[in-house]
Design a protein around this ligand. Sequence first.
Ligand SMILES: CC(C)(COP(=O)(O)OP(=O)(O)OC[C@H]1O[C@@H](n2cnc3c(N)ncnc32)[C@H](O)[C@@H]1OP(=O)(O)O)[C@@H](O)C(=O)NCCC(=O)NCCS
Length: 178
Amino acid sequence: MRCDADVHVTSPQADIHIRPAGEADHPAICALIPSPEELFLVYPRGRHPLTVEQLASLAAERHALTVMTDGEQVIGFANLYGLEAGSHAFIGNVIVARTHRGQGLGRRLVRYMLDVAFVRHELREVCISVFNDNTSALLLYAGLGFVPYAIEERRHPQGRRTALLHLRLAAADRASEP
Ligand SMILES: CC(C)(COP(=O)(O)OP(=O)(O)OC[C@H]1O[C@@H](n2cnc3c(N)ncnc32)[C@H](O)[C@@H]1OP(=O)(O)O)[C@@H](O)C(=O)NCCC(=O)NCCS
């Protein structure tokens, strides 16, 4: 199910907007991920540098590809995958540009994706997967009410062992906005 008719949400921060991503945004989305380490956090199956070809394949199998912009500049990206109608989906590829972190924009972007999942798709549960050493993301998701339900061992590209935590949030448990 595609949801390219996503509503456009305007944030109170003057020039920050969230809207569906188009093909024209693909180069800017790729540019959000400057290092192999960050690509592994955001898209473990990806090969650095992320290319428009990889992004086109990802776009073909995912839903609600979404960008956050500051004026004309793309400063964030997220999407849904593993969507099972009436049941659940995963929020994937969450990233905020380094220049714009620590300003509440990651939380705003994930909240938007929760609206897409719970309101537009009427899903009962939303999941998200995050590596054990990604403190910022873990605290962001925990603050929104996500709780862990499984841990999976993965291999870092350099060979070290790492743990991927799977978190979930039921529609009924969604934290209310401050
Ligand atoms: C994770 C990420 C999306 C957070 O985006 P952000 O815009 O910086 O986050 P926000 O400013 O909205 O912060 C929201 C919450 O996240 C947590 N957080 C954000 N940055 C943090 C940091 N440096 N240290 C600890 N917690 C942090 C906090 O709980 C924060 O809430 P608070 O400010 O009320 O304490 C961003 O750091 C990023 O893009 N990281 C690289 C890619 C990545 O790891 N994506 C997640 C893949 S699962």
